[in-house]
Write a new protein. Structure first.
Length: 129
């Protein structure tokens, strides 16, 4: 029996191997990119949540301060993971605006309360954009 020689069969194997390696590298790179993007999005969500916590803390502090002193106008509180900047406006009906920050993230809580007969009553509590 005669053996037939195929020309270039070794080269075809090398080309197939190169194509397989390129696909494997592309899939790995895509998986790493997706993981990094998800990690960054998760960190941003957590930092935004901490900024909202700071704003809420500032608003709660303002309600307590107004109950003690009806002439309270606000302050800037330094917290463990950021700040809360509080401003209070109005006379009978008080509007409390608390801006919480954490790094580059900022969230705002607005509280409307009435002060009458030495009692403060919260009528609305909202997060504002």
């Amino acid at each position: 029996m005669r053996r037939l020689h195929t020309i270039g069969s070794n080269g075809q194997t090398l080309i197939a191997l190169l194509i397989f390696m390129m696909l494997a590298i592309m899939i790995t790179t895509t998986a790493v990119a997706v993981t990094v993007i998800n990690s960054q999005a998760g960190a941003a969500y957590a930092n935004g949540g901490m900024a909202l916590d700071n704003a809420t803390t500032g608003a709660e502090n303002a309600v307590i301060q107004l109950e003690r002193d009806p002439n309270y106008t606000g302050e800037t509180m330094t917290l463990t993971n950021g700040t809360a900047t509080i401003t209070v406006s109005g006379s009978g009906t008080k509007t409390i605006t608390s801006v919480g920050t954490n790094g580059n993230f900022e969230r705002t809580v607005t509280v409307v309360a009435t002060y009458a007969s030495n009692t403060i009553t919260v009528t609305s509590w909202t997060e504002t954009p």
